[in-house]
Design a protein. Structure first.
Length: 117
């Protein structure tokens, strides 16, 4: 980081105000928030059945079961609010005669949002 600041300060065409703008812009940090939505099926516009939120900004500390209402009604609603999909679920067919057994939630979508802090 010190090398970056020295490089900015060495640019002769910049005045002190421009130097300070570059330095303050470089000091802003970006943090990630992760949203995991379990949907009813593999379509992004299907209803949310379960969710988890992880906040890398430190602004909140959500835990499992701390709310009865999902943060979004569908995965598409999360996209419309600025979240980016970083993982779609792998579509795995059920084993023969195992269609109605209890297992993991199959339609897990992972979203991220990068925020300045």
């Amino acid at each position: 980081f010190a090398g970056f600041i020295n490089w900015i300060l060495s640019i002769p065409s910049l005045g002190i105000h421009e130097h300070m703008l570059y330095i303050s812009a470089s000091m802003s940090q970006k943090k990630q928030q992760v949203l995991v939505l379990y949907l009813a099926n593999s379509a992004l516009d299907s209803p949310v059945k379960g969710w988890s939120v992880y906040d890398g900004t430190g602004r909140s500390r959500p835990t499992t079961g701390d709310g009865d209402v999902p943060p979004y009604q569908t995965g598409l609603d999360a996209l419309l609010d600025g979240w980016r999909v970083i993982q779609f679920p792998q579509l795995i067919p059920p084993y023969p005669n195992m269609e109605y057994t209890t297992s993991f939630q199959q339609y897990e979508f992972i979203f991220e949002r990068i925020l300045e802090v």
